[in-house]
Design a protein around this ligand. Structure first.
Ligand code: FMN
Length: 172
């Protein structure tokens, strides 16, 4: 398992996967990485829907998003984890973002690949919200915040270029 800084340096969003399924142990590590993430006031108000992408709900979601897309929204990764948060709690979006990054880094640490998935938000929070919530086991008064697709990478991704001069201010 790579050390933390190597994992941070080398992670990237992976958009092609082999057909190899994840093991139960790998899925457990990924889910627990999400559960171990910090939440505001230690509220732990997130819910994790851990979905085998062979489940018909994924095909339905693809159809509602775009039945003619060149690639699927989950890039044919074997696992899709959708994170929802409690509507009444003002930090759910931030907490879900932290949890999804924990899963993204844990996947890299396991030698897997992943990509955070925001493009499903419109469908999962739109007119079919109640339907998808029921199918995905989302608790009442919770809403989708973010998701992640995970699998065995079938491609590599160079780290993105960043501009510290533009994006950082140091104050002495
Ligand atoms: C909130 C959020 C939503 C994202 N949604 C998607 C998405 O729906 N589909 C996708 O292919 N990538 C998505 N990404 C991945 C970004 O496109 C990616 O992180 C960015 O291009 C930088 O590339 P890197 O992660 O390889 O450094 C998302 C990332 C974040 C943080």
């Amino acid at each position: 398992m790579a050390d933390l800084f190597t994992t941070i340096d080398e992670r990237g969003s992976i958009r092609a996967y082999t057909e190899e399924a994840l093991t139960e142990e790998e899925i457990k590590v990924l889910v627990e990485a999400g559960l171990k993430a910090p939440t505001a006031r230690n509220e732990q108000e997130l819910h994790f829907s851990v979905i085998d992408t062979k489940n018909p709900i994924i095909k339905e979601l693809q159809n509602d998003l775009n039945p003619n897309a060149a690639t699927t929204f989950y890039y044919n990764a074997p696992l899709f984890i959708s994170i929802s948060g409690q509507d009444a709690f003002g930090w759910s979006a931030v907490d879900a973002g932290i949890a999804v990054e924990n899963i993204h880094l844990a996947a890299k640490g396991l030698g897997l690949g992943s990509v955070i998935i925001g493009c499903v938000k419109g469908v999962l929070t739109g007119e079919k919200k109640a339907y998808y919530d029921e199918k995905m086991g989302v608790p009442a008064d919770y809403s989708y915040q973010i998701a992640i697709a995970v699998g065995h990478p079938n491609t590599t991704k160079e780290p993105h270029v960043f501009n510290a001069e533009k994006d950082v201010t140091y104050i002495a």
